[in-house]
Structures are given as structure tokens and as C-alpha cells.
Design a protein around this ligand. Structure first.
Ligand SMILES: [Zn+2]
Length: 136
């Protein structure tokens, strides 16, 4: 069953996003945090596609945003690799806003937290590009 999850601009993760002075990836990350990217479930809800919503990464689950970026076994593997490469300690959250929030640590400086959040944005963008490379 498809999920209709909505978080708005009042969301804490969303407002925190704009404290990071970032890149073009910032715009994409904003759309991810408000669940406005063109995942298959969003396209089906809008009547744009009528066929399968199966995730192109694992071909098992429905492609909803939280699955695509965090629950999918392929994405989960990629996040494990990223966190190892960048020595980021944390847990894998299954909701985008929860995952984004963990890239802020109170004990770190603003500069280091901004760097961590930039990493999150780049990783989410990279995963989206990988999905699109398979799909198109
Ligand atoms: Zn999947």
C-alpha cells in the first residue's frame, strides 16, 4: 500500500535545511524533505503513471520516498558505505526528516554541522541520480 506522507514547511528539518549555505543540491533536498519529488507513488497519485510503482533499485517494494532513500536494501547498503567513508556515526532512520536531523550534532560547530548536512544533501542527490540512471 502506498503511503501519503506530508510534512510541510513548518517542519523543523525543513527550516534547518536553510541554515546550511549550500549548493544546487539544497533545492533537491528541500523537495525531498517535503516529499515533493517525482517518485513512482507521487506520479501514480497524480495519474501520470498507471502501471507498477515497484522500486527500480530493489524491484521488491513500492517506490515511496522513505523506501527509496532509506528502507530499500540497495539504498541501505549505499548509506552504510557513505557513513563508513565519512566516519559518520548514527543510526539509519526510515523517514527523510529524521535522517536529516541526525546530521546535526549539538557538540559540533556550525561549520562542521553545515558540512555534515551538505554531505546528507549530496548523498541523497547521488542516490536519486543512481535511481534515475537505472530508470531512464
Ligand atoms: Zn527498493
Amino acid at each position: 500500500m502506498l503511503q501519503d506522507t506530508s510534512i510541510g514547511e513548518g517542519n523543523e528539518g525543513f527550516s534547518e535545511l536553510w541554515k546550511v549555505m549550500a549548493l544546487p543540491a539544497q533545492h533537491f533536498a528541500q523537495r525531498v524533505l517535503v516529499y515533493k519529488i517525482t517518485t513512482k507513488d507521487n506520479l501514480m497519485n497524480k495519474g501520470i503513471i498507471m502501471s507498477s510503482t515497484t522500486c527500480v533499485m530493489c524491484a521488491v517494494e513500492d517506490e515511496i520516498i522513505n523506501h527509496l532513500f532509506f528502507k530499500c536494501k540497495i539504498e541501505w547498503y549505499m548509506w552504510n558505505q557513505y557513513t563508513k567513508w565519512f566516519a559518520i556515526v548514527g543510526v539509519h532512520h526510515f523517514k527523510v526528516d529524521h535522517d536529516f536531523k541526525q546530521f546535526y550534532l549539538m557538540e559540533l560547530s556550525k561549520k562542521r554541522n553545515n558540512a555534515r548536512r551538505c554531505l546528507w544533501m549530496v548523498m541523497v542527490g547521488y542516490n536519486w541520480n543512481q535511481r534515475n540512471n537505472i530508470l531512464f
